[in-house]
Design a protein around this ligand. Sequence first.
Ligand code: MSP
Length: 474
Amino acid sequence: MITQKTFYITSPIFYPNAVPHMGHAYTTLLCDILARYHRLVGFETYFLTGTDEHTEKVVKAALSAGQEPHAYLEDVVTRFKELYVHLDISYDQFIRTSDQAAHWPGVIEMWKRLTSAGDIYKSTYTGLYCAGCEAFVTEKDLVDGKCPDHGIEPEQLKEENYFFRLSKYTRPIKEKIISGELRIVPGTRKNEILALLNGGLQDVSFSRPKEKMTWGIPVPCDETQTMYIWMDALTNYITALGFGRGEEKMYFWPGMHVLGKDILRFHAAFWPGMLLSAGLPLPKTLLVHGFITSGGKKMSKTLGNVIDPEELLAEYGTDAVRYFLARHISPFEDGDITREGFKDAYNAGLANGLGNLASRIMQLAQTHLTGPVKLEWKPYPKEFTEAMENFEINKAAEYVWSRISALDHKITETAPFKVIKTDTMRGSELIANLVHELAAIDLMLEPILPATSKKIIEAIMANKKPENLFPRKD
Ligand code: MSP
Protein backbone atom coordinates (compact mmCIF):
# COMPACT_ATOMS: atom_id res chain seq x y z
CA MET A 1 0.00 0.00 0.00
CA ILE A 2 1.30 3.45 -0.82
CA THR A 3 0.90 5.87 2.04
CA GLN A 4 1.48 9.39 0.90
CA LYS A 5 3.44 11.76 3.06
CA THR A 6 1.19 14.48 4.44
CA PHE A 7 1.94 18.10 5.26
CA TYR A 8 -0.51 20.21 7.24
CA ILE A 9 0.16 23.91 7.70
CA THR A 10 -1.93 26.57 9.37
CA SER A 11 -1.84 30.34 9.63
CA PRO A 12 -3.19 31.99 12.77
CA ILE A 13 -6.84 32.81 12.43
CA PHE A 14 -7.20 36.58 12.26
CA TYR A 15 -9.31 38.94 14.32
CA PRO A 16 -11.65 40.47 11.78
CA ASN A 17 -12.08 43.73 13.68
CA ALA A 18 -10.11 45.65 11.07
CA VAL A 19 -9.04 45.16 7.48
CA PRO A 20 -5.99 42.96 6.84
CA HIS A 21 -2.55 44.54 7.19
CA MET A 22 1.06 43.71 6.31
CA GLY A 23 1.49 41.35 9.30
CA HIS A 24 -1.47 39.25 8.13
CA ALA A 25 -0.10 39.23 4.59
CA TYR A 26 3.31 38.11 5.83
CA THR A 27 2.24 35.26 8.08
CA THR A 28 -0.09 33.89 5.40
CA LEU A 29 2.54 34.20 2.68
CA LEU A 30 5.01 32.18 4.73
CA CYS A 31 2.41 29.42 4.94
CA ASP A 32 1.69 29.66 1.24
CA ILE A 33 5.32 29.33 0.18
CA LEU A 34 5.80 26.32 2.44
CA ALA A 35 2.53 24.74 1.27
CA ARG A 36 3.43 25.19 -2.39
CA TYR A 37 6.93 23.83 -1.80
CA HIS A 38 5.61 20.73 -0.07
CA ARG A 39 3.06 20.09 -2.81
CA LEU A 40 5.85 20.31 -5.38
CA VAL A 41 8.08 17.85 -3.56
CA GLY A 42 5.27 15.33 -3.32
CA PHE A 43 3.48 15.81 0.00
CA GLU A 44 -0.27 15.60 0.23
CA THR A 45 -0.69 19.10 1.58
CA TYR A 46 -3.45 20.89 3.45
CA PHE A 47 -3.30 24.61 4.16
CA LEU A 48 -5.72 26.17 6.62
CA THR A 49 -6.44 29.82 7.35
CA GLY A 50 -9.43 31.74 8.67
CA THR A 51 -10.88 34.23 11.10
CA ASP A 52 -11.17 34.32 14.88
CA GLU A 53 -14.54 35.94 15.28
CA HIS A 54 -15.67 35.61 18.86
CA THR A 55 -13.97 38.72 20.10
CA GLU A 56 -15.71 41.65 21.70
CA LYS A 57 -13.57 43.75 19.39
CA VAL A 58 -15.75 42.59 16.51
CA VAL A 59 -18.90 43.62 18.32
CA LYS A 60 -17.40 47.05 19.07
CA ALA A 61 -16.04 47.53 15.57
CA ALA A 62 -19.42 46.58 14.10
CA LEU A 63 -21.20 49.00 16.41
CA SER A 64 -18.96 51.87 15.49
CA ALA A 65 -19.42 51.05 11.80
CA GLY A 66 -23.18 51.11 12.44
CA GLN A 67 -23.52 47.49 11.38
CA GLU A 68 -24.86 44.32 12.88
CA PRO A 69 -21.91 41.92 13.71
CA HIS A 70 -22.77 39.33 11.05
CA ALA A 71 -23.02 41.90 8.25
CA TYR A 72 -19.86 43.61 9.43
CA LEU A 73 -18.03 40.28 9.52
CA GLU A 74 -19.11 39.42 5.98
CA ASP A 75 -17.45 42.62 4.75
CA VAL A 76 -14.19 42.07 6.60
CA VAL A 77 -13.98 38.38 5.74
CA THR A 78 -14.46 39.36 2.09
CA ARG A 79 -11.51 41.75 2.42
CA PHE A 80 -9.33 38.93 3.75
CA LYS A 81 -10.37 36.62 0.95
CA GLU A 82 -9.70 39.36 -1.61
CA LEU A 83 -6.25 39.92 -0.18
CA TYR A 84 -5.60 36.20 -0.55
CA VAL A 85 -6.62 36.35 -4.20
CA HIS A 86 -4.36 39.35 -4.79
CA LEU A 87 -1.47 37.63 -3.00
CA ASP A 88 -2.07 34.29 -4.74
CA ILE A 89 -2.59 32.37 -1.50
CA SER A 90 -3.32 28.71 -2.21
CA TYR A 91 -5.28 27.87 0.93
CA ASP A 92 -7.43 24.75 1.07
CA GLN A 93 -9.86 25.91 3.73
CA PHE A 94 -10.91 29.20 5.26
CA ILE A 95 -12.45 28.50 8.64
CA ARG A 96 -14.59 30.96 10.58
CA THR A 97 -15.08 30.36 14.28
CA SER A 98 -18.65 31.63 14.03
CA ASP A 99 -19.41 28.68 11.76
CA GLN A 100 -21.71 26.58 13.89
CA ALA A 101 -21.62 23.59 11.56
CA ALA A 102 -17.90 23.40 10.84
CA HIS A 103 -16.29 24.72 13.99
CA TRP A 104 -18.57 24.50 17.02
CA PRO A 105 -19.02 20.71 17.33
CA GLY A 106 -15.26 20.17 17.63
CA VAL A 107 -14.86 22.89 20.23
CA ILE A 108 -17.67 21.40 22.28
CA GLU A 109 -16.05 17.98 21.95
CA MET A 110 -12.74 19.46 23.12
CA TRP A 111 -14.45 21.00 26.16
CA LYS A 112 -16.01 17.64 26.99
CA ARG A 113 -12.67 15.88 26.74
CA LEU A 114 -10.98 18.38 29.05
CA THR A 115 -13.85 17.92 31.47
CA SER A 116 -13.65 14.10 31.36
CA ALA A 117 -9.92 14.33 32.04
CA GLY A 118 -10.82 16.21 35.24
CA ASP A 119 -9.11 19.33 33.97
CA ILE A 120 -12.00 21.80 34.11
CA TYR A 121 -13.10 23.26 37.44
CA LYS A 122 -15.06 26.29 38.62
CA SER A 123 -13.36 29.09 40.50
CA THR A 124 -13.19 32.83 40.87
CA TYR A 125 -10.88 34.84 38.69
CA THR A 126 -9.60 38.01 40.25
CA GLY A 127 -7.18 39.91 38.12
CA LEU A 128 -6.59 41.80 34.93
CA TYR A 129 -7.80 41.23 31.39
CA CYS A 130 -6.41 42.90 28.27
CA ALA A 131 -9.12 43.15 25.64
CA GLY A 132 -6.45 43.82 22.99
CA CYS A 133 -4.64 40.53 23.65
CA GLU A 134 -7.86 38.79 24.68
CA ALA A 135 -5.79 37.51 27.56
CA PHE A 136 -5.69 37.41 31.33
CA VAL A 137 -2.59 39.38 32.22
CA THR A 138 -0.61 40.23 35.33
CA GLU A 139 1.03 43.44 36.56
CA LYS A 140 4.38 42.24 35.28
CA ASP A 141 3.07 42.04 31.71
CA LEU A 142 2.39 45.80 31.81
CA VAL A 143 4.50 48.87 31.12
CA ASP A 144 3.33 51.99 32.98
CA GLY A 145 0.12 50.19 33.81
CA LYS A 146 -0.63 49.58 30.13
CA CYS A 147 -0.38 46.61 27.81
CA PRO A 148 2.80 47.24 25.77
CA ASP A 149 1.30 45.66 22.64
CA HIS A 150 -1.99 47.52 22.66
CA GLY A 151 -1.29 50.63 24.71
CA ILE A 152 -4.45 50.17 26.75
CA GLU A 153 -5.09 49.71 30.44
CA PRO A 154 -6.42 46.24 31.20
CA GLU A 155 -9.76 45.80 32.94
CA GLN A 156 -9.89 44.63 36.55
CA LEU A 157 -12.06 41.50 36.75
CA LYS A 158 -13.56 39.48 39.54
CA GLU A 159 -15.76 36.78 38.16
CA GLU A 160 -16.81 33.18 38.48
CA ASN A 161 -15.25 31.18 35.62
CA TYR A 162 -14.33 27.69 34.58
CA PHE A 163 -10.60 27.06 34.78
CA PHE A 164 -8.38 24.73 32.81
CA ARG A 165 -5.79 22.83 34.83
CA LEU A 166 -2.86 23.87 32.65
CA SER A 167 -0.39 23.70 35.57
CA LYS A 168 -0.68 19.90 35.46
CA TYR A 169 0.91 19.85 31.99
CA THR A 170 3.97 22.01 32.64
CA ARG A 171 6.32 19.04 32.79
CA PRO A 172 5.14 17.00 29.82
CA ILE A 173 5.04 20.10 27.64
CA LYS A 174 8.57 21.01 28.66
CA GLU A 175 9.80 17.50 27.97
CA LYS A 176 8.28 17.43 24.52
CA ILE A 177 9.80 20.78 23.64
CA ILE A 178 13.23 19.76 24.90
CA SER A 179 13.13 16.42 23.07
CA GLY A 180 12.09 18.17 19.86
CA GLU A 181 8.86 16.22 19.59
CA LEU A 182 7.31 19.67 19.57
CA ARG A 183 9.79 21.65 17.54
CA ILE A 184 9.90 25.40 18.07
CA VAL A 185 11.73 27.43 15.44
CA PRO A 186 13.80 29.59 15.83
CA GLY A 187 15.79 28.53 18.89
CA THR A 188 15.40 31.94 20.54
CA ARG A 189 11.65 31.38 20.77
CA LYS A 190 12.15 27.87 22.07
CA ASN A 191 14.31 29.26 24.86
CA GLU A 192 11.79 31.95 25.60
CA ILE A 193 9.04 29.41 26.14
CA LEU A 194 11.29 27.08 28.12
CA ALA A 195 12.05 29.96 30.48
CA LEU A 196 8.30 30.42 30.95
CA LEU A 197 7.83 26.72 31.58
CA ASN A 198 10.65 26.72 34.12
CA GLY A 199 8.60 29.16 36.16
CA GLY A 200 5.67 26.71 36.04
CA LEU A 201 2.38 27.27 34.20
CA GLN A 202 -0.66 28.61 36.02
CA ASP A 203 -4.16 27.32 35.49
CA VAL A 204 -6.11 29.53 33.08
CA SER A 205 -9.61 30.82 33.06
CA PHE A 206 -11.32 29.10 30.13
CA SER A 207 -14.72 30.81 30.22
CA ARG A 208 -16.27 34.20 30.87
CA PRO A 209 -19.71 35.06 32.22
CA LYS A 210 -22.17 35.34 29.36
CA GLU A 211 -23.13 38.92 30.20
CA LYS A 212 -19.47 39.93 29.72
CA MET A 213 -18.81 37.78 26.64
CA THR A 214 -22.01 38.00 24.71
CA TRP A 215 -20.51 36.67 21.54
CA GLY A 216 -19.07 33.16 21.58
CA ILE A 217 -19.64 29.46 22.09
CA PRO A 218 -21.73 28.57 25.16
CA VAL A 219 -20.15 26.22 27.69
CA PRO A 220 -21.89 22.81 27.43
CA CYS A 221 -24.18 22.27 30.45
CA ASP A 222 -23.80 25.87 31.64
CA GLU A 223 -25.55 28.45 29.53
CA THR A 224 -24.44 31.27 31.81
CA GLN A 225 -20.84 30.96 30.61
CA THR A 226 -19.18 31.54 27.25
CA MET A 227 -15.97 29.77 26.29
CA TYR A 228 -12.80 31.82 26.45
CA ILE A 229 -11.80 32.94 22.98
CA TRP A 230 -8.37 31.23 22.95
CA MET A 231 -9.88 27.88 23.89
CA ASP A 232 -12.31 28.30 21.01
CA ALA A 233 -9.74 29.72 18.56
CA LEU A 234 -6.88 27.25 19.05
CA THR A 235 -9.21 24.32 18.52
CA ASN A 236 -9.79 25.55 14.94
CA TYR A 237 -6.63 23.72 13.92
CA ILE A 238 -8.45 20.43 14.35
CA THR A 239 -12.12 21.35 13.92
CA ALA A 240 -11.12 22.26 10.37
CA LEU A 241 -10.02 18.66 9.90
CA GLY A 242 -13.35 17.34 11.10
CA PHE A 243 -12.63 16.86 14.79
CA GLY A 244 -15.98 16.39 16.54
CA ARG A 245 -17.81 15.88 13.24
CA GLY A 246 -16.59 12.79 11.44
CA GLU A 247 -12.82 13.34 11.52
CA GLU A 248 -12.63 13.15 7.73
CA LYS A 249 -9.29 14.95 7.45
CA MET A 250 -7.83 14.17 10.87
CA TYR A 251 -5.17 12.05 9.17
CA PHE A 252 -3.38 15.34 8.52
CA TRP A 253 -2.92 15.88 12.25
CA PRO A 254 -0.38 16.66 13.69
CA GLY A 255 0.88 19.48 11.50
CA MET A 256 2.74 22.74 11.76
CA HIS A 257 1.57 26.18 12.88
CA VAL A 258 2.94 29.48 11.65
CA LEU A 259 2.44 32.38 14.05
CA GLY A 260 3.81 35.72 15.19
CA LYS A 261 5.94 36.04 18.31
CA ASP A 262 3.15 37.81 20.22
CA ILE A 263 1.02 34.67 20.33
CA LEU A 264 3.73 32.18 21.16
CA ARG A 265 2.60 31.28 24.66
CA PHE A 266 -0.92 30.43 23.51
CA HIS A 267 0.51 28.04 20.93
CA ALA A 268 3.38 26.62 22.98
CA ALA A 269 1.63 26.30 26.35
CA PHE A 270 -2.19 26.50 26.21
CA TRP A 271 -2.60 24.49 23.03
CA PRO A 272 -0.22 21.64 23.92
CA GLY A 273 -1.85 21.49 27.37
CA MET A 274 -5.29 21.15 25.80
CA LEU A 275 -4.13 18.49 23.37
CA LEU A 276 -2.45 16.45 26.11
CA SER A 277 -5.58 16.66 28.22
CA ALA A 278 -7.71 15.57 25.25
CA GLY A 279 -5.37 12.67 24.45
CA LEU A 280 -4.31 14.06 21.08
CA PRO A 281 -0.82 14.42 19.55
CA LEU A 282 0.94 17.77 19.81
CA PRO A 283 1.76 19.86 16.73
CA LYS A 284 5.03 18.89 15.07
CA THR A 285 6.35 22.39 14.62
CA LEU A 286 5.71 25.98 15.57
CA LEU A 287 7.33 28.45 13.21
CA VAL A 288 7.42 31.75 15.07
CA HIS A 289 8.09 34.86 13.02
CA GLY A 290 8.87 38.41 14.07
CA PHE A 291 7.08 41.65 13.48
CA ILE A 292 7.12 43.81 10.41
CA THR A 293 7.97 47.40 11.13
CA SER A 294 8.22 50.42 8.87
CA GLY A 295 11.29 52.63 9.16
CA GLY A 296 12.18 50.73 12.32
CA LYS A 297 8.88 51.62 14.01
CA LYS A 298 5.65 49.79 14.61
CA MET A 299 3.23 50.80 11.85
CA SER A 300 0.70 53.23 13.17
CA LYS A 301 -1.76 55.69 11.75
CA THR A 302 -0.39 58.46 13.97
CA LEU A 303 3.13 57.95 12.64
CA GLY A 304 1.78 57.78 9.10
CA ASN A 305 4.03 54.82 8.29
CA VAL A 306 1.34 52.23 7.65
CA ILE A 307 1.95 50.30 4.44
CA ASP A 308 -1.22 48.77 3.15
CA PRO A 309 -0.56 45.46 1.37
CA GLU A 310 -3.41 46.14 -1.08
CA GLU A 311 -1.84 49.44 -2.09
CA LEU A 312 1.50 47.79 -2.87
CA LEU A 313 -0.23 44.94 -4.67
CA ALA A 314 -2.15 47.37 -6.86
CA GLU A 315 0.97 49.37 -7.68
CA TYR A 316 3.55 46.62 -8.15
CA GLY A 317 1.62 43.38 -8.60
CA THR A 318 1.36 40.11 -6.72
CA ASP A 319 4.81 38.67 -7.26
CA ALA A 320 6.59 41.91 -6.42
CA VAL A 321 5.03 41.86 -2.94
CA ARG A 322 5.71 38.13 -2.56
CA TYR A 323 9.31 38.73 -3.64
CA PHE A 324 9.93 41.47 -1.11
CA LEU A 325 8.40 39.63 1.83
CA ALA A 326 10.07 36.34 0.95
CA ARG A 327 13.58 37.59 0.26
CA HIS A 328 13.94 40.72 2.32
CA ILE A 329 12.24 39.74 5.58
CA SER A 330 13.75 37.04 7.77
CA PRO A 331 11.10 34.72 9.19
CA PHE A 332 13.10 34.53 12.41
CA GLU A 333 13.49 38.20 13.21
CA ASP A 334 11.67 41.49 12.95
CA GLY A 335 11.75 42.87 9.43
CA ASP A 336 11.35 46.31 7.99
CA ILE A 337 9.50 47.64 4.99
CA THR A 338 9.44 51.16 3.59
CA ARG A 339 8.14 52.39 0.23
CA GLU A 340 11.64 53.49 -0.83
CA GLY A 341 13.21 50.18 0.22
CA PHE A 342 10.49 48.28 -1.58
CA LYS A 343 11.03 50.18 -4.84
CA ASP A 344 14.80 49.69 -4.70
CA ALA A 345 14.43 45.99 -4.01
CA TYR A 346 11.92 45.70 -6.85
CA ASN A 347 14.16 47.43 -9.37
CA ALA A 348 17.27 45.52 -8.33
CA GLY A 349 15.90 42.01 -7.87
CA LEU A 350 13.01 41.95 -10.33
CA ALA A 351 13.25 44.62 -13.04
CA ASN A 352 17.06 44.51 -13.49
CA GLY A 353 17.41 41.03 -12.01
CA LEU A 354 15.00 38.25 -12.85
CA GLY A 355 12.91 40.11 -15.46
CA ASN A 356 15.91 41.31 -17.41
CA LEU A 357 17.59 37.91 -17.26
CA ALA A 358 14.57 36.01 -18.56
CA SER A 359 14.10 38.51 -21.33
CA ARG A 360 17.79 38.50 -22.41
CA ILE A 361 17.98 34.73 -22.55
CA MET A 362 14.68 34.20 -24.30
CA GLN A 363 15.46 36.94 -26.80
CA LEU A 364 18.61 35.00 -27.74
CA ALA A 365 16.75 31.70 -27.81
CA GLN A 366 13.92 33.07 -29.95
CA THR A 367 16.36 34.59 -32.42
CA HIS A 368 18.87 31.77 -32.71
CA LEU A 369 17.33 28.43 -31.75
CA THR A 370 15.20 26.49 -34.19
CA GLY A 371 12.68 25.45 -31.51
CA PRO A 372 12.14 25.01 -27.78
CA VAL A 373 14.86 23.23 -25.78
CA LYS A 374 14.04 19.79 -24.49
CA LEU A 375 13.46 20.14 -20.76
CA GLU A 376 14.82 17.63 -18.30
CA TRP A 377 13.61 17.29 -14.77
CA LYS A 378 16.29 17.81 -12.16
CA PRO A 379 15.85 17.60 -8.39
CA TYR A 380 16.11 20.79 -6.35
CA PRO A 381 19.64 21.64 -5.21
CA LYS A 382 20.55 20.91 -1.60
CA GLU A 383 21.05 24.59 -0.72
CA PHE A 384 17.45 25.27 -1.69
CA THR A 385 15.79 22.27 -0.05
CA GLU A 386 17.77 22.70 3.16
CA ALA A 387 16.74 26.32 3.49
CA MET A 388 13.09 25.41 2.82
CA GLU A 389 13.15 22.54 5.29
CA ASN A 390 14.57 24.84 7.96
CA PHE A 391 11.83 27.36 7.04
CA GLU A 392 14.48 29.89 6.08
CA ILE A 393 12.46 31.27 3.21
CA ASN A 394 14.68 34.32 2.85
CA LYS A 395 17.76 32.10 2.55
CA ALA A 396 16.05 29.95 -0.08
CA ALA A 397 15.21 33.12 -2.03
CA GLU A 398 18.73 34.46 -1.55
CA TYR A 399 20.08 31.25 -3.07
CA VAL A 400 17.77 31.57 -6.08
CA TRP A 401 18.92 35.15 -6.63
CA SER A 402 22.55 34.09 -6.37
CA ARG A 403 21.86 31.70 -9.23
CA ILE A 404 20.18 34.54 -11.14
CA SER A 405 23.23 36.78 -10.91
CA ALA A 406 25.56 33.90 -11.72
CA LEU A 407 23.56 33.24 -14.86
CA ASP A 408 23.68 36.90 -15.77
CA HIS A 409 27.47 36.76 -15.59
CA LYS A 410 27.52 33.62 -17.64
CA ILE A 411 25.83 35.41 -20.54
CA THR A 412 28.52 38.06 -20.51
CA GLU A 413 31.35 35.58 -20.06
CA THR A 414 30.33 33.10 -22.75
CA ALA A 415 29.05 35.84 -25.11
CA PRO A 416 26.89 33.52 -27.25
CA PHE A 417 25.66 36.52 -29.28
CA LYS A 418 29.27 36.91 -30.54
CA VAL A 419 30.10 33.22 -30.84
CA ILE A 420 27.03 32.54 -32.96
CA LYS A 421 28.31 34.85 -35.70
CA THR A 422 31.28 32.56 -36.39
CA ASP A 423 30.20 29.21 -34.98
CA THR A 424 26.46 28.52 -35.16
CA MET A 425 26.65 25.12 -33.50
CA ARG A 426 28.66 26.30 -30.53
CA GLY A 427 26.60 29.50 -30.21
CA SER A 428 23.31 27.55 -30.16
CA GLU A 429 24.70 25.16 -27.60
CA LEU A 430 25.66 28.05 -25.33
CA ILE A 431 22.20 29.57 -25.66
CA ALA A 432 20.48 26.24 -24.98
CA ASN A 433 22.57 25.92 -21.81
CA LEU A 434 21.40 29.30 -20.66
CA VAL A 435 17.79 28.29 -21.24
CA HIS A 436 18.29 25.09 -19.24
CA GLU A 437 19.74 27.02 -16.34
CA LEU A 438 16.86 29.51 -16.53
CA ALA A 439 14.42 26.57 -16.33
CA ALA A 440 16.20 25.22 -13.25
CA ILE A 441 15.93 28.62 -11.58
CA ASP A 442 12.31 28.85 -12.63
CA LEU A 443 11.45 25.62 -10.85
CA MET A 444 12.76 27.07 -7.59
CA LEU A 445 10.73 30.20 -8.18
CA GLU A 446 7.51 28.23 -8.38
CA PRO A 447 6.62 28.28 -4.66
CA ILE A 448 7.81 31.86 -4.24
CA LEU A 449 6.58 33.62 -7.39
CA PRO A 450 4.04 31.18 -8.85
CA ALA A 451 2.59 33.39 -11.59
CA THR A 452 5.98 34.63 -12.82
CA SER A 453 7.36 31.13 -12.75
CA LYS A 454 4.48 30.00 -14.95
CA LYS A 455 5.05 32.81 -17.46
CA ILE A 456 8.74 31.98 -17.72
CA ILE A 457 8.23 28.26 -18.22
CA GLU A 458 5.58 28.99 -20.86
CA ALA A 459 8.02 31.28 -22.66
CA ILE A 460 10.66 28.56 -22.54
CA MET A 461 8.26 25.97 -23.90
CA ALA A 462 7.16 28.27 -26.71
CA ASN A 463 10.75 29.46 -27.34
CA LYS A 464 9.53 33.03 -27.12
CA LYS A 465 10.60 36.11 -25.23
CA PRO A 466 8.15 36.67 -22.34
CA GLU A 467 6.22 39.93 -21.98
CA ASN A 468 8.01 42.58 -19.89
CA LEU A 469 7.69 40.82 -16.52
CA PHE A 470 8.73 43.65 -14.22
CA PRO A 471 8.80 47.13 -15.74
CA ARG A 472 11.28 49.46 -14.03
CA LYS A 473 9.81 51.91 -11.55
CA ASP A 474 11.22 55.41 -11.17
N1 MSP B 1 -6.76 35.74 16.55
C1 MSP B 1 -5.44 35.63 17.08
C2 MSP B 1 -4.77 34.35 16.62
C3 MSP B 1 -5.50 33.10 16.95
S1 MSP B 1 -4.70 31.68 16.33
C4 MSP B 1 -5.52 30.41 16.99
C5 MSP B 1 -4.62 36.83 16.63
N2 MSP B 1 -5.06 37.50 15.57
S2 MSP B 1 -4.40 38.82 14.96
O1 MSP B 1 -5.21 39.16 13.83
O2 MSP B 1 -4.24 39.82 15.97
O3 MSP B 1 -2.95 38.45 14.53
C6 MSP B 1 -2.72 37.42 13.64
C7 MSP B 1 -1.28 37.25 13.29
O4 MSP B 1 -0.75 38.42 12.70
C8 MSP B 1 -0.39 36.93 14.48
O5 MSP B 1 0.46 35.85 14.15
C9 MSP B 1 0.43 38.16 14.67
O6 MSP B 1 1.68 37.86 15.17
C10 MSP B 1 0.51 38.66 13.24
N3 MSP B 1 0.86 40.05 13.21
C11 MSP B 1 0.14 41.12 13.65
N4 MSP B 1 0.87 42.25 13.45
C12 MSP B 1 2.06 41.92 12.90
C13 MSP B 1 3.11 42.64 12.33
N5 MSP B 1 3.20 43.97 12.36
N6 MSP B 1 4.09 41.93 11.69
C14 MSP B 1 4.02 40.57 11.53
N7 MSP B 1 3.02 39.89 12.02
C15 MSP B 1 2.18 40.49 12.95
O7 MSP B 1 -3.59 37.09 17.24
